[in-house]
Design a protein around this ligand. Structure first.
Ligand code: GAR
Length: 211
């Protein structure tokens, strides 16, 4: 186990239910890390309120406050860098990150996505799974690369699609799984058990992750 708690910065755009699960896991001592800041591109995202309630610095970096995309990207990058994170956690951050930023945090930035990747990258994953008549759906945590929802996969949880499922019911079950999976993966990283190696593969406890 690493001695110093891992400095974590969480990026959000919305309700922050995954953020809450991570905060709870840190508070309970299940994660050997500390959340140094929560940053949102949406100023009224409820996740910022959750951060404040947990006494975590909560910062909005809003695109409309900047002249152009490059200026916004610089501001976001500077804000993150200020907290010197060991790990950046994307928890419902709904904006494509600029490639210099992705490169800078290669192997130190993870994302959660509501599908069994490589199926259904992008949006509306629950609707697309229902329309396709899938028997199962799931959630994936992966390292972030330049490819949208395409970085090396770390872990997935699958669950059955039940007759009568709607987008809402699937999302509810999917998020319940996310709230278990994401804190687990973060715990592995903070305990030094999880790496993205130079060969491009993910290793957990020295074993190559098969997915
Ligand atoms: C999560 O379900 C996450 O999988 C999804 O956004 C939701 C955020 O919920 N992320 C993506 O779709 C990323 N491609 P939350 O704000 O309640 O954690």
């Amino acid at each position: 186990m690493t001695e110093k708690p891992t400095a974590i910065v969480v990026l959000i755009s919305g309700s922050g239910s995954n953020l809450q699960a991570i905060i709870d896991a840190v508070v309970q001592g299940d994660i050997n890390g500390q959340i140094s800041a929560v940053i949102s591109d949406v100023p009224d995202a409820y996740g910022l309120t959750r951060a404040k309630q947990a006494d975590i610095p909560a910062i909005a970096v809003t695109p409309k406050d900047y002249a152009d995309k490059a200026a916004f990207n610089r501001a976001l990058s500077d804000t993150v860098a200020h907290y010197q994170p060991d790990l950046i956690v994307l928890a419902g951050f709904m904006r494509i990150l600029d490639s210099a930023f992705v490169k800078q945090y290669h192997g130190h930035m993870i994302n959660i996505h509501p599908s069994l990747l490589p199926k259904y990258r992008g949006l509306d994953t629950y609707r697309r799974a229902l329309e396709a008549g899938d028997q199962q759906h799931g959630v994936t945590v992966h390292f972030v690369s330049d490819e949208l929802d395409g970085g090396p996969m770390i872990a997935q949880t699958a669950f059955p699609v039940e007759p009568g499922d709607t987008e809402e019911s699937l999302q509810q079950r999917g998020q319940a799984q996310e709230h278990i999976l994401y804190p687990n993966v973060i715990r592995w990283f903070c305990d030094g058990r999880l790496q993205l190696a130079d060969d491009g593969h993910v290793y957990l406890d020295g074993e190559r992750v098969p997915c």
